[in-house]
Design a protein around this ligand. Structure first.
Ligand code: KIV
Length: 267
């Protein structure tokens, strides 16, 4: 039986040139499936607010919701390294609150690490969490919690001075002790430069092929999210179609008196 993945295993994968796979997950059955497939890392993303709860963005997501999703994932006892996303306003107010909230993910929900969005601006928070032995994944580039500053979900770092700022963010979160770095929505050339400049693994989403690993939202690869279809998503299945077929068949069976049959009934 393979053992649970740790932050050391993830670093070793970068050192060995082995690509790191990460998917988002929010519940027990999906965690069982992706873990059995051998995914390296599971992100309990605050994208839950969009793909599960139906919000337009991640800003309304609460700590309680993220704890609920993390606990559901952890009940699958995954071998993958589980990272919980710290929701908007759970780490921005002050360091004591950031520590308390990050600690809940580890102590009450069972995650192995947390993720925070931001670079130079959140480096002190990252340092303060790492100092109390909470491993941190940083997230820079297109940071969905900054939607109002960015004016929408736009590729970041296309202009030279913006690219330099993102490079500074990468170096700052590495220096603060983050063990991995999500690069979202940036040009592939910038992602390559960052990946070559930092010693921690980079995990890309909409950042091209030169990162140490890749992450996608599970609902996107399964074709379960009709709201958005970003260019960077590859759809591996049309589960919506499969589900619709099953629900239609059930409705037809019940309407026609075909279900329940003798085999589904008690005597
Ligand atoms: O919440 C999320 O799903 C994320 C990924 C997009 C990296 O942060």
């Amino acid at each position: 039986m393979s053992k649970k993945k740790t932050v050391l295993d993830i670093q070793k994968m970068k050192n060995d040139g082995e690509k790191i796979t990460m998917l988002t997950c929010y519940d027990y059955p999906m965690a069982r499936i992706m873990d059995a497939c051998g995914i390296d890392m599971i992100l309990v993303g605050d994208s839950a607010g969009v793909v599960i709860a139906g919000h337009d963005n991640t800003l309304p997501v609460s700590m309680e919701e993220m704890i609920y999703h993390t606990r559901a994932v952890m009940r699958a006892n995954p071998k993958a390294l589980v990272v919980s996303d710290m929701p908007f306003m759970s780490y921005q107010v002050d360091i004591a609150e950031a520590r308390r909230n990050a600690g809940r993910f580890i102590k009450d929900a069972g995650a192995a690490a947390v993720k925070v969005e931001g670079g130079v601006n959140v480096a002190p928070v990252i340092r303060s969490l790492v100092d109390i032995d909470i491993p941190v994944v940083a997230h820079i580039g297109l940071t969905p919690q900054s939607i109002h500053r960015m004016g929408g979900f736009r590729v970041q770092g296309k202009r030279a001075e913006q690219a330099e700022k993102i490079m500074e963010d990468a170096l700052a979160v590495e220096a603060a002790g983050a063990f991995a770095l999500v690069l979202e929505g940036i040009p592939q050339s910038l992602a390559r430069r960052i990946t070559e400049s930092v010693s921690i693994p980079t995990i890309g989403i909409g950042a091209g092929p030169h990162c140490d690993g890749q992450v996608l939202v599970i609902h996107d690869i399964l074709g379960l999210c009709e709201k958005y279809s970003p260019k960077f998503v590859k759809r591996y299945a049309d589960v919506r179609e499969i589900m619709s077929g099953a629900v239609h068949a059930y409705i037809d069976d019940v309407k026609q008196g075909i279900f329940p049959g003798e085999e589904h009934s008690f005597n």
